[in-house]
Design a protein. Structure first.
Length: 391
């Protein structure tokens, strides 16, 4: 292939992976949201942004020498047959790496932030690369009832994976605006359900609820906060699960716990943190605090162990979660990528990662700003978010 032509093809494919901006009725609906501030979505609390220069210079200084594993991650290889028998008590969670989880709950299978791609990036030749192969090959995925997406960052909304899902009939539940990307990539509109915070979608006997999170969005330099970010409460007839997506800490997590908890399991992001961006990633200690506010029974820390997205050691998130959990008597489950867990049935998974040096919370604390800022209580029974519009 002639070089200019090959380069043009590469650029075109990167542009396609960046997705599309919402327009028309979709945009009107976004603009009607209480979260819309005129040129994009507004976060729950004022966001202290380090700015691209400070963040880049921090990255240039470098991070832990243990940022990625030096030995192979002992994944549990799975096939479709692994899921042929339903969970004994109705709930089984399988961590497929990073924020991809297969949640089997009261007879339904729900897949969160499906990422089978090799890199969390718009291009196939650069960007954070997986530490381990997907423990469940995509072709082996059992029948799925719904996919929930938390936001449009590359490590959560994976273009190559969405392309493989286009020909299925699985519905997507996404925050406002994210449907524009899906439609652009070929997912038919009738399979896309876009929700604002506190809105619920019915899935037969189950409810999928978009719950507030504190993060940001964007797939290029030009679309920051143009789509919403969200967490998900998955409410079945007998069990309840919470999936954080990416979020920082905010006191109103207690409102999610009051309204939709107690949760049999919480799946909370625990990696990719740094004090510089503590208003967009929760970090290990606050993940444990969040779990308590959410009224969770067991915590599965996710968003670690698959991609190197920050500066900390690759095992540091789980070490710090365990240290914080011990102080508060929180039960933490640490499955290997690919491992399933059935609460009340399985013994807690054993430690599987190596002992490598890590920084403690005293060395490198992570605390969100505005932690004590009061947010008025949610008025129950209203379909709209009741969080105030911050100036
Ligand atoms: Zn993100
Ligand atoms: Zn992420």
């Amino acid at each position: 292939m002639r070089r200019p032509f090959a380069l043009a093809l590469l650029a075109a494919s990167a542009c396609t992976a960046m997705g599309a901006n919402p327009t028309g009725r979709r945009l009107e609906r976004m603009q009607a949201s209480l979260r819309w501030r005129g040129d994009g979505f507004m976060d729950l609390l004022p966001r202290q942004d380090p700015g691209i220069i400070a963040a880049t210079s921090r990255f240039i200084q470098g991070g832990s020498e243990y940022a990625s594993p030096s030995t192979e991650i002992p994944i549990v290889a799975r096939t479709r047959a692994s899921f042929a028998t339903p969970p004994k008590r109705g709930l089984r969670v399988t961590w497929l790496g990073h924020s991809t989880l297969l949640v089997e709950i009261d007879g339904k299978r729900i897949l969160t932030d499906p990422v089978w791609g090799e890199r969390a990036s718009p291009v196939t030749w650069a960007g954070p690369k997986r530490f381990h192969a997907p423990p469940l090959p995509f072709e082996e995925l059992p029948e799925i009832d719904a996919i929930v997406i938390s936001h449009d960052h590359y490590d959560h909304l994976d273009y190559p994976t969405v392309l493989r899902l286009v020909d299925s009939d699985v519905p997507f539940f996404v925050p406002l605006g994210v449907g524009a990307h899906l439609e652009y990539w070929g997912v038919p509109p009738h399979r896309i359900h876009e929700l604002d915070w506190w809105q619920e979608a019915e899935l037969g006997t189950h409810r999928l609820v978009s719950v507030p999170s504190r993060h940001f969005s964007g797939r290029s330099l030009r679309d920051r906060d143009q789509t919403l970010w969200t967490g998900w409460a998955i409410v079945g007839p007998k069990h309840r699960a919470y999936f954080s997506g990416d979020t920082s800490f905010f006191p109103a997590m207690a409102q999610i716990g009051e309204r939709y908890g107690p949760f049999d399991v919480t799946m909370i992001e625990s990696g990719a943190y740094n004090q510089l961006w503590a208003d967009v990633h929760v970090g290990p200690e606050q993940a444990v605090e969040a779990h308590r506010l959410l009224r969770g029974r067991v915590l599965i820390p996710v968003h670690w162990g698959t991609f190197d997205l920050a500066l900390h050691g690759w095992t540091e998130p789980i070490e710090r979660v365990l240290a914080a959990a011990k102080k508060h008597g929180v039960v933490v489950l640490t499955p290997r990528p690919g491992q399933s867990f059935e609460p009340g049935v399985d013994a807690p998974p054993k430690r599987w990662w190596p002992d490598v040096p890590w920084s403690t919370t005293d060395d490198e604390p992570v605390r969100a700003s505005s932690r004590n800022r009061r947010i008025p209580a949610v008025r129950f029974g209203t379909p709209r978010p009741e969080f105030p519009s911050w100036p």
